[in-house]
Design a protein around this ligand. Sequence first.
Ligand code: LLP
Length: 419
Amino acid sequence: MKNLVTHIGGMPVPQLAKNFGTPAFIYERDVIEKRIAELKAFEVIRFAQKACSNIAILALMRKNGVVVDAVSAGEIYRALKVGYTGGGHPSGIVFTADLFDEDALQLIREHKIPVNVGSPDMITQLGKAYPGAEVTLRINPGFGHGHSRKVNTGGSYSKHGIWHTDLEECLRLGNEAGVKIQGLHMHIGSGSDYHHLSTVCDAMVKAAKRMGAPLKVISAGGGLPIPYHKEQARIDIAAYYGLWDKARKSIEREVGHPVSLEVEPGRYLVAESCSLLTQVRSVKSSGGNKFYLVDAGFDTLIRPAMYGSYHEISIAAHDGRTIGNAVDTIVAGPLCESGDVFTQEEGGVVTTRKLPEAVVGDYLILHDAGAYGAAMSSNYNTRKLAPEVMIQNGAAEIIRERQTFEAILQFERIPKTLA
Ligand code: LLP
């Protein structure tokens, strides 16, 4: 039957649940390695670690020759922890943001990390803190696309990047500040449909012509979509690469020397590798609607509540029985908030999903939870962060322990007057 599973990564679901508890994020290493291999045409694959920054995942990226992007001091710290270094070509770490904080500036200076700047003010600030820094400009070409309004990163209402007409002013600021501006970057949104890609490539070529000889690297950003719906087609990587390579070649003719081409995916490398394993704790009906209530909520996986994102859902029987019927079901979590529903569309419209008939104790799996899953989870309702587990060579190993209540409370203090 559709949406019925027994194993994840070759391991029986009840055994995984018994060993690691629920909810738990279960990653399959070979899926990540397959995705990396698919992008090998690109000279440089730079993982946007914001999608999934567990140090085991970063170590796996490093082992496979993938470099990383960091968007905060904390992400730089993670990258350093697994052995990435700044400097060199390509630099193991690049920092991308629209602003600096002091923690980030300090690490950038100390480890000679190139910066992909998203606002002109950053150029001046970087010049003061770290003269000679290598810089790429993140350009907002004036338009953008994404799977949700919340992930569209171009256009005049986007807070991201340097407005395209400010390019020359930024080059002037770079000279004044004593930093080396040598690259251009465009990330126009996440999960866009790629009919727009040639427009983005054209915008890059135009910007590159204006920049001229100092240009050494272009970055296509991230945003490569994955088929969250089973019936969706997979992105044609060869066609995607072909368009960017064509743009690169035309830029090389213009600037008169080789230009390296980076791609910066987050989701594409990790989303499909991970199943969020949950347990059905209640099966109930309200009015005509049937609900499966599971032990993960939007504290664990926020994408459906935040963007109305779709994740495929499967059921695994806890007792090996054969499940026959499929029923229209609403899948919801434990949080004291009515938006804590996994089957919803953008704008919070609750929908139903045809799922095998589960009983309390069965397991419910939310698929494609590897990108912006664990990375965006929180302690809302004082719930522990779920563990992360990696399956490789037929064995499952913990890569993040389930959090403890002590750990959640460790930085809270009761003032003396109240103790
Ligand atoms: N590069 C830059 C500069 C970005 O801002 C992003 C994502 C990426 C690369 C990676 O994008 P990806 O390949 O993963 O689509 N939380 C949302 C996605 C937010 C994306 C933010 N920036 C979600 O769950 O869909």
